[in-house]
Ligand binder design. Sequence first.
Ligand code: HEC
Length: 119
Amino acid sequence: MSARRLGYWVGAVTLGAALAGCSEESAKTTGSAPPPTASKRGEELFRERCAPCHPDGGNRINPKKTLHARVLADNGIKSAGDIVRVMRKPGPGMTSFDPAAIPDRDATLIAEYVLATFK
Ligand code: HEC
């Protein structure tokens, strides 16, 4: 094999590997969503707006409806979106938080904090 041919061959293999790496990368981003994480802002907002009734993820008013993952799941609340929905349209005894009180972005941070913190 001449040096020139060898160079072409190596180049083709390298290009192939680069393309394979590329498609692997895009496959990763289409996977399921990462688990929620607790942000500093989510924690602060929770402490300010929710902790008076939900200290440590409990519930002072209705002790059956805590924010612990298993209890939430039993009540059909499994994602950050589900928790935001409760804030917008809560059950009896809970303050209602509309987007003027807590914008969607902050509401999502609170919800992620809840999911990441109270197991
Ligand atoms: C005034 C007290 C009060 C405040 C403030 C409050 N909650 Fe609640 N929360 C309740 C009560 C009472 C319930 C039970 C309502 C029901 O019977 O469905 C509840 C239920 C919930 C539930 C459903 C729990 C379950 O196990 O089904 C979630 C989620 C929740 N609250 C999140 C929040 C978040 C997030 C905040 C802050 C943005 C907040 N709450 C602020 C009183 C409060």
